[in-house]
Design a protein around this ligand. Structure first.
Ligand SMILES: [Zn+2]
Length: 134
C-alpha cells in the first residue's frame, strides 16, 4: 500500500461506496495524512476484518492506534540485563561524606527508542482506545 490514496481506494472498493463527494474524499485524505505511513496497510486490514460499514474517520484512527499498540506489545522494550528497566543507578559521595544516588538512562533504552523512531510509529496516540474515554 503506497499511501493515503491507495488506502482510500481499497476501502471504497471493499465497502462498495459509490457516492463519496470530493469534499469527503478531501476530508478523509487530510485525516489520513496524520496516520504514520507504516500503519496505513495494517489499519485498512483491521478495518476490513472488523467493520461492516465504510468507516468514519474516528474509526480509522482507532484502527490505526490499535495496530500501533499491537506493535508495541509485540516488540516490547527489553532491558540489557545490566540496568534496571533502562535506568542505571549511580552513586556519588560529596566531600563531606554524604552519599547519594541518581539514575541515568542506559544505552539499551536509547537503542530501543531509536528502533521505534526508525519504524515511524509516531510519538502520540492516534485515538483514545476502548476504556480510555473520559
Ligand atoms: Zn540497559
Amino acid at each position: 500500500m503506497n499511501g493515503i490514496a491507495e488506502a482510500l481506494a481499497v476501502l471504497v472498493e471493499a465497502y462498495r461506496v459509490t457516492d463519496l463527494s470530493e469534499a469527503t474524499i478531501l476530508t478523509y485524505s487530510r485525516a489520513l495524512e496524520k496516520i504514520p505511513t507504516v500503519l496505513l496497510r495494517p489499519m485498512v486490514d483491521r478495518c476490513l476484518e472488523t467493520r461492516k460499514h465504510f468507516p468514519r474517520i474516528t474509526e480509522l484512527r482507532s484502527d490505526a492506534e490499535a495496530v500501533r499498540q499491537q506493535y508495541f506489545q509485540q516488540h516490547p522494550y527489553v532491558s540489557c540485563g545490566d540496568c534496571c528497566g533502562g535506568w542505571l543507578i549511580q552513586e556519588q559521595e560529596t566531600e563531606d561524606g554524604f552519599r547519594y544516588g541518581y539514575a541515568t538512562r542506559c544505552a539499551c533504552h536509547g537503542a530501543y527508542l531509536a528502533k521505534v523512531n526508525a519504524l515511524g510509529l509516531g510519538h502520540e496516540p492516534l485515538a483514545l482506545m476502548a476504556g480510555d474515554e473520559a
